[in-house]
Design a protein around this ligand. Structure first.
Ligand code: AP5
Ligand code: MG
Length: 218
């Protein structure tokens, strides 16, 4: 079977991580989430970890060199033999060049989760995370027991970049550096555009339907 690569693109808080996890379970494809991998790195008390933390907490982008090294390593893992789901990469033109250099252009699709800035702020304001990677929302996707992860019973926390000022900076960077990539995916006829403003289950159904329409089995 041919490898398939699905890339989640969209503003911070649009639901990329939420949908990537559900699609990964359905399509049996592993996820590379650069945000998750960088957050694990920042928890280490190394110089690199401290440097990454300083960048993330300000809502800036970590250097292409660091991020691309993470991607290169992850792509060589055994579970990458069927393909991969990318969450949060590529995020600028250099990263896009890096990825197309690695994967070529065939069987690579971008799923744009389109959500307004106003909705992003609503979603990130109520987000709660677990160290295991599970994501909740106080109103839209609450855990069964307040403050506790349904999956691993871990204690939920607020991400250190989910403060209003940092959210505004992340959004600004998205519009400046990541949004221009939409044009590339559109021109290469590899863009799957989804109305991310719907509820989680409707977004999920739309994504699955559009992927099947491309002839990809789920
Ligand atoms: P990253 O972790 O990728 O953050 P992001 O892109 O800002 O996106 P988020 O994870 O905040 O949101 P999401 O779209 O995954 O939404 P979620 O599913 O959680 O990156 C973090 C940082 O790492 C960056 O700022 C940068 O510093 C660095 N970094 C990462 N990748 C990099 C790269 N390639 N290059 C350089 N630096 C990089 O959902 C949000 C909330 O909404 C949740 O509470 C969820 O429950 C809820 N929700 C989800 N869907 C819905 C829905 N349909 N309706 C209602 N609520 C919903
Ligand atoms: Mg995410």
């Amino acid at each position: 079977m041919e490898k398939i690569y699905l890339i989640f693109l969209g503003p911070p808080g649009s639901g990329k991580g939420t949908q990537a996890q559900m699609l990964s379970a359905k399509a049996k494809l592993p996820i590379i989430s650069t945000g998750e991998l960088l957050r694990h790195e920042q928890e280490k008390n190394t110089n690199k970890g401290k440097m990454i933390k300083e960048i993330i907490v300000k809502g800036k982008l970590v250097s292409n060199k660091i991020v691309e090294a993470i991607i290169n390593k992850r792509l060589t893992a055994k579970d990458a033999n069927k393909g991969m789901i990318f969450d949060g990469f590529p995020r600028n033109k250099n990263q896009l060049r890096h990825l197309t250099g690695k994967l070529g252009k065939n069987n690579v699709y971008a799923i744009l989760v389109d959500v307004s800035d106003k909705e992003v702020k609503r979603r990130l304001g109520g987000r709660r995370m677990c160290a295991c990677g599970a994501t909740y929302h106080l109103k839209y996707n609450p855990p069964q027991k307040s403050g506790i992860c349904d999956l691993c019973r871990g204690k939920l926390f607020i991400r250190n970049d989910d403060r209003p000022k940092v959210i505004a900076d992340r959004l600004k960077l998205y519009h400046q550096q990541s949004e221009p990539l939409i044009d590339y995916w559109l021109k290469s006829k590899r863009l799957i555009k989804i109305n991310g403003g719907q509820n989680i289950s409707r977004v999920r159904k739309d994504i699955e339907k559009k992927i099947r329409n491309l002839g990809i089995k789920l």
